[in-house]
Design a protein around this ligand. Structure first.
Ligand code: HSE
Length: 453
């Protein structure tokens, strides 16, 4: 029997949920906060219908009060003190869209201690302090909702936690940073250099206030930490993630990957293995035939492999003002429906449960097993075959060795692809090859992610 979501909530609501508005306090009113105001105002009636009651902004904190006054309009208190929002007696739920980790942690813990629900877009905060924040929320019987923290417009937390609730999830892999995907797309499509592409991403408002979080893979690792916790019911293990960004990536490898039928994407991968979990962010070659290879610009794409549903894929904007607001407001709608119900009936904050995942380690880099791409600069065309022979003599599982197409200033390059092999053994082989006399410069190697199996 299909249960209409509104009707199925009806008995609970009429029994114990209040019909007065859900009263919101918001900390921060930058790009995301302003977008939240716009969307709330524009779609007010629909949102109230879905929430079962009105959503009413009570108080907003901002660093620049005169700018904020132009956004919030009349009847809403403005303050420069985030703690006043977090502890305001008329507030049911605190929305934190200010970012940062230290002060934001204090604000959220203060709100939770006062029995207020929390909605946050702050992935860094949850990846680093989530264990403490979720524990406090459980203790005080409030919800922490964070759909906007991961791949903003894609409801991936809901998909993992609810849509795929029947499944054992095998892996989650995706492009979960809009800024780096934008940069890689510009480098590939327009031949832009790294710095110029980053400047454009910053001008468009995609990048974090510290863009090194984007380009060094840290932002993606924050999001991956949350995805893995939801997918596997494992604790937040940001510190154990292997993180590599795109700053060392060379334009030449983008072109060579194309020649071999791949595109380079910054991927976050969380994969369940027999003896542990892989948790890693790195630039990787993705087959051009995969949908993931065509997630371009600032868009995000996430694939989930699960035992019953198979492979599912989710696509949408990875950054942006109203795109993020969409997720913030969806969380407010959830909170509006859950507020007033017994805490035990609420959807859990994360899938922490007594399962074996709690004990499983994050696998070290050396144990990660994937195919590999290798580019070897050599002195002369004839040495491409020598590279193939060298790899063959060491019994490395080589799939293909070819010469890179000539491009101005590129010299002679041998390109190799392997079958899956452990990173540790591969690293060792690459170290030995690097000092071979036929090698004319620095080797480049990247993982290949076939996103299958
Ligand atoms: N800087 C982030 C990105 C913003 O580029 O994906 C959204 O989390």
């Amino acid at each position: 029997m299909y249960l209409d979501p509104v009707q199925s909530f009806e008995p609970l609501r009429s029994r114990c949920a209040p019909t007065r508005p859900l009263r919101v306090g918001m900390i921060g009113i930058g790009t995301v906060g302003a977008g939240t105001f716009r969307v709330l105002a524009r779609n007010q009636a629909d949102i109230a219908g879905r929430a079962g009651r009105a959503i009413e902004m009570v108080i907003v904190s901002a660093r620049n009060l005169s700018r904020a006054a132009g956004i919030v309009g009349e009847g809403i208190e403005l303050t420069d003190d985030p703690l006043r929002v977090a502890t305001h007696p008329d507030v049911d739920v605190v929305v934190e869209v200010a970012g940062g980790t230290g002060p934001a942690r204090d604000w959220l813990l203060a709100a939770i201690a006062q029995g207020k629900h929390v909605v946050t877009a702050n992935k860094a905060l949850l990846a680093v302090h989530g264990t403490e924040i979720f524990a406090a929320a459980r203790q005080h019987g409030v919800a922490v909702a964070y759909e906007a923290a991961v791949a903003v417009s894609i409801p991936i937390i809901k998909a993992l936690r609810e849509g795929l609730a029947a499944n054992r999830i095998e892996w989650v892999a995706g492009i979960i940073n809009g800024t780096t995907n934008f940069i890689l797309s510009k480098m590939r499509d327009e031949g832009l250099d790294f710095g110029a592409a980053l400047a454009q991403a910053q001008a468009l408002g995609y990048a974090e206030s510290d863009p090194s979080f984007d380009i060094e893979g840290i932002d993606a690792a924050h999001k991956l930490t949350l995805l893995a916790a939801n997918a596997f019911g494992m604790p937040l293990r940001f510190d154990d993630a292997q993180v590599e960004g795109i700053t060392a990536l060379q334009g030449m490898d983008v072109a060579c990957a194309e020649q071999l039928g791949f595109r380079i994407k910054l991927l976050g991968v969380a994969r369940r293995r027999e003896h542990g979990v892989e948790l890693r962010v790195q630039p990787a070659l993705v087959p051009a035939t995969q949908l993931m290879a065509h997630v371009d610009g600032s868009m995000n794409g996430i694939m989930v492999k699960s035992d019953a549903a198979g492979v599912t894929m989710y696509y949408g904007a990875g950054a942006g003002s109203e795109e993020t607001a969409s997720a913030v407001i969806a969380d407010l709608v959830d909170v509006a429906r859950l507020d007033g119900t017994p805490a035990a009936q609420r959807v859990p904050h994360l899938g922490f449960h007594a399962n074996a995942m709690n004990a499983l380690p994050v696998l070290p880099r050396a144990a990660v097993c994937t195919p590999h791409y290798l580019r070897v600069p050599v002195h002369a065309a004839g040495q491409v075959e020598e590279v193939a022979a060298w790899l063959g003599r060491r019994d490395l599982p080589v799939r293909q060795v070819v010469r890179a197409s000539d491009r101005p200033g590129m010299g002679v390059q041998a390109l190799a692809l392997t079958e899956p092999m452990a990173q540790g053994a591969w690293d060792q082989a690459v170290r030995v090859l690097q000092v071979h006399p036929m090698v004319a410069g620095s080797l480049a190697t990247l993982r290949v992610e076939e996103l299958a199996g």
